[in-house]
Design a protein around this ligand. Structure first.
Ligand SMILES: C[S@@+](CC[C@H](N)C(=O)[O-])C[C@H]1O[C@@H](n2cnc3c(N)ncnc32)[C@H](O)[C@@H]1O
Length: 268
């Protein structure tokens, strides 16, 4: 079995930041729209777990103003330091291992985090405990199911779908990530006893070369070397995939970002 801790270790800092910025560019409008519906406003105390390059923490800081607080955590805070300063507090924190305050936050949010964790349920319990009674928990995780449904009449459909399917199998078999985590988010929130739950999945048909395809390319490049080493991917197939994902005449249904949210009942 591939050592999950080595996964992504060959990525340069520049490549990681490029991948995170593309993720933000594609999915921030979706996340911000959902956060708007929760009514995030001045004075809120928010926790952003696995904050990455920090765009959501920054957006939230504009909503809560100086009387609020945003705690932005990540196991590696290197890309978050530039946004440190009131009302944003940066905390180096492993959601699986490090203690977290309870019943503190009006909002606890994470995006594309749980699917990568070896024990997502443990992380989720801690995040749920951190929400104050009456506060919100929002989970957003990707699901690769939709990317497999590329139009079969497209001559490149077979190689495209087959390569993604192999990538998904590689991630699952080696317990690196759960590429189908997105479809679980609503149930997980419901099982925690949260109420007023809602969810939405977002995707679109994307064309090679667009930011969404470039994000998929960055994700594929992150997985490529471990897959090649393990005999799951031929270098020439990687080359073909890179071409397709930059080919402005090629289109395919993108990943689905599933967002779900619920409110912690007020104690009586
Ligand atoms: C795919 S990135 C998503 C970043 C950000 N949430 C976004 O959507 O823009 C996942 C982030 O989770 C962080 N992470 C991974 N394991 C973690 C853990 N155990 N505790 C906290 N953060 C973690 C990574 O360092 C990375 O920044």
């Amino acid at each position: 079995m591939w050592d999950r801790h080595q996964f992504g270790s060959g990525e340069t800092e520049e490549a990681v930041l490029n991948r995170l910025r593309l993720l933000e560019r594609v999915y921030d409008p979706v996340t911000n729209r959902h956060l708007e519906t929760l009514g995030v406003t001045r004075g809120w105390n928010c926790l952003e777990v696995g904050a990455g390059a920090g765009s959501i923490a920054t957006w939230l800081s504009g909503k809560v103003g100086p009387e609020g607080k945003i705690v932005a955590t990540d196991i590696n805070t290197r890309f978050l330091q530039p946004i440190s300063g009131s009302p944003i507090v940066i905390r180096q924190h492993d959601i699986l291992e490090d203690p977290l305050e309870e019943k503190q936050y009006d909002l606890v949010h994470c995006r594309t985090l749980l699917m990568w964790l070896r024990d997502p349920e443990k992380a989720l319990r801690k995040m749920a405990d951190a929400v104050r009674p009456g506060g919100w928990l929002m989970l957003e995780e990707t699901d690769y199911g939709s990317i497999l449904s590329v139009d079969a009449s497209n001559p490149s459909a077979i190689v495209f779908s087959d390569t993604w399917r192999r990538g998904i199998e590689f991630l699952r078999k080696n317990r690196i990530a759960d590429p189908y985590f997105g479809r679980r988010v609503q149930n997980l929130i419901d099982q925690l006893g949260f109420i007023d739950g809602k969810n939405e999945g977002w995707t679109r048909i994307c064309r090679g070369g667009e930011p969404m395809a470039r994000f998929d390319l960055a994700a594929a490049q992150m997985a490529a070397q471990p897959m090649i080493d393990a005999g799951f991917l031929a270098p020439e197939t990687l080359e073909m995939m890179q071409k397709l994902l930059m080919d402005t005449t090629f289109d395919y249904p993108g990943l689905t970002m599933f967002s779900a949210w619920g409110r912690k009942p007020v104690e009586r």
